[in-house]
Write a protein that binds this ligand. Structure first.
Ligand SMILES: [Mn+2]
Length: 364
């Protein structure tokens, strides 16, 4: 009986020490956060390895057992790491694109279309701009379907330098003529910072492609113009890297950013990329920006365009992007996955029938 009472008493003491330890590490965390704020104000790095070494050396000196020095160091390393992570949380709270910074959804206005307003949209057009006739034919088909947003590549960053590189500025001119003729908004990719300012006169939305997601000079240039930016997720970018790339644009003053999930590289070879469908709700939770899904480049397969578009709308994407070409068989790029015009009409009809596509008022 005496043994049991003694055990109870010791356990009580342990509980008390636990409480004290918790109080102390909480107090330590508060001081560390304050240190983080002071460092941020001075523009200093949060992690200081020299300072951490000094703290560990002092603890080693004082340690009289029974714990091994390596054990004491391990425990304190964990405490240091947790404090640093706390400071990082504070930092992400401060990201301009984050939901923590701004609760309400950002709506990006593009020629009267309000992307991110709760309605869901289709953005379609040829992979590459090849001729005025080709673009006009697609533009007329989009117009007929009540679609207002057209994509088309003029500058094409391709895997091989021998693949079609696009028509460049001439491609932008073709897009602009089609946009004016059919009253559409046009989206096209720009690949170098000095073209960003020129593109403003031709495009309604400037796209930054997957291969340039971390081209920081291009992101900064995009942040300095008053034009919506469509930012695609990098080939192997984590969601955190993607969000930070958007922050680069926003931090330069341009808050009109639209995110686009376009598949990531995995070991899977059945599809061109692996569509990370869960990225859509994560991006919607973590940021206040509109989120699109590019079903063409994420799958690289025409037979998967409809099911992945349904999935995208079901998880709350603000829009789906896909490629349409008058004659995909002769297309200069991505011929395997572009739809022709009748296939596109069928794709839209199926989406409408599915009930997953939340369309708004018909476009005037
Ligand atoms: Mn393409």
């Amino acid at each position: 009986m005496m043994g049991n009472e003694q055990l109870e008493e010791l356990r009580k003491q342990l509980d008390e020490v636990n409480d004290q330890l918790l109080e102390l590490i909480t107090k330590r965390a508060e001081i560390a956060q304050e240190v983080g704020r002071v460092k941020a104000a001075q523009g200093l790095n949060r992690f200081d390895p020299v300072r951490e070494r000094t703290m560990l050396d002092k603890l080693t000196e004082k340690n009289a057992g029974p714990f091994e020095t390596s054990t004491v160091q391990h425990i304190f390393k964990e405490i240091f790491k947790a404090s640093l992570e706390l400071q990082e949380d504070d930092h992400s709270k401060a990201l301009l694109v984050s939901r923590k910074k701004k609760q309400e959804d950002t709506i990006v206005e593009v020629r009267g279309e309000r992307i991110g307003d709760g309605q869901q949209r289709i953005i379609a057009g040829p992979c590459s701009v090849e001729s005025q006739e080709q673009v006009d034919e697609v533009a007329a088909a989009l117009k007929k379907q009540g679609i207002k947003l057209m994509r088309g590549g003029a500058f094409k960053p391709r895997t091989s330098p021998y693949d079609f590189q696009g028509l460049g500025m001439e491609g932008l001119e073709i897009l602009k003529r089609a946009a004016d003729k059919y009253d559409l908004a046009v989206i096209s990719e720009i690949v170098t910072p000095h073209d960003v300012e020129k593109a403003v006169d031709y495009l309604d939305v400037i796209q930054i492609g997957a291969r340039n997601m971390q081209n920081f000079e291009l992101l900064k240039a995009a942040g300095k113009v008053n034009k919506p930016i469509l930012l695609k997720r990098g080939l192997s970018a984590t969601i955190k890297e993607f969000i930070n790339a958007a922050e680069y644009i926003h931090s330069q003053g341009n808050g009109q950013v639209i995110l686009c999930e376009r598949g990531i590289r995995t070991y899977e070879t059945a599809t061109r990329n692996t569509l990370d469908i869960s990225a859509v709700p994560i991006l919607k939770q973590e940021t206040h920006l509109p989120v699109l899904v590019d079903v063409t480049h994420s799958t690289g397969r025409r037979d998967l365009l409809l099911p992945t578009a349904k999935a995208a709308f079901a998880v709350g994407a603000d829009g789906v992007m896909t490629e349409v070409h008058p004659d995909p068989a002769v297309a200069l790029s991505d011929s395997a996955q572009q739809m022709d015009i009748p296939q596109f009409a069928e794709f839209l009809e199926n989406l409408k029938q599915s009930g997953l596509y939340k369309q708004g008022e018909p476009v005037k």
